[in-house]
Design a protein around this ligand. Structure first.
Ligand SMILES: [Zn+2]
Length: 143
C-alpha cells in the first residue's frame, strides 16, 4: 500500500495552468474552456465541485484580481510593442503600436480574466493552500 507522502500530486503550476481548484487540485474552477465563445462556459464557478471550496472567500474578493490583471496587461503591452518594433523596425508610426497593443490586450482578455483570479487564489491567498487529503477524497455531490 502506498503511503500518501509518496504520491505524486500535480504541482501548483500544473494545476493552476489547468484551472483546477487551489485546495484540492481536482475540481474545475471554470465551467468550460478558455477558448469557448459561450458566455456560460467562461463563467467562474462559485463553489469547487470536488471539495466545495467557495472561491470568492468574501464579497468583493476578486477586486484584488484587477491588480494582477493590471500587471498582466502592462506586460502584454510592453511585449507586443517590443515585438512590433523587432518585427517591423518601424519607429515612425505610433498608430501601428497602438493598434497592435490594443489588439493584443483585447485578444488576451479571456486569459487575463481567468489567470488573474487563478494567480490570486493560488499564490496570494494563503488560506487556500493545497490539502492532499481532499485530492484523494471522493468528489462532492454534483453542483
Ligand atoms: Zn476543490
Amino acid at each position: 500500500m502506498k503511503d500518501t507522502d509518496e504520491r505524486n500530486y500535480p504541482s501548483a503550476v500544473q494545476s493552476a495552468w489547468n484551472c483546477k481548484c487551489p485546495r484540492c487540485r481536482r475540481g474545475n474552477m471554470f465551467e468550460g474552456s478558455i477558448f469557448s465563445f459561450s458566455r456560460s462556459a467562461r463563467q467562474m464557478r462559485t463553489v469547487c465541485p470536488h471539495c466545495e471550496l467557495m472561491f470568492e472567500k468574501e464579497p468583493g474578493y476578486f477586486y484584488v484580481a484587477m491588480y494582477v490583471s493590471y500587471v498582466f496587461v502592462v506586460a502584454q503591452l510592453v511585449a507586443s510593442c517590443v515585438a512590433t518594433y523587432v518585427i517591423t523596425g518601424n519607429a515612425e508610426s505610433p498608430w501601428l503600436y497602438l493598434t497592435v497593443a490594443c489588439a493584443a490586450v483585447i485578444i488576451l482578455a479571456p486569459f487575463n480574466y481567468r489567470y488573474s483570479r487563478i494567480v490570486l487564489l493560488y499564490w496570494m491567498t494563503p488560506s487556500f493552500r493545497f490539502r492532499p487529503e481532499l485530492y484523494d477524497r471522493e468528489p462532492a455531490k454534483a453542483i
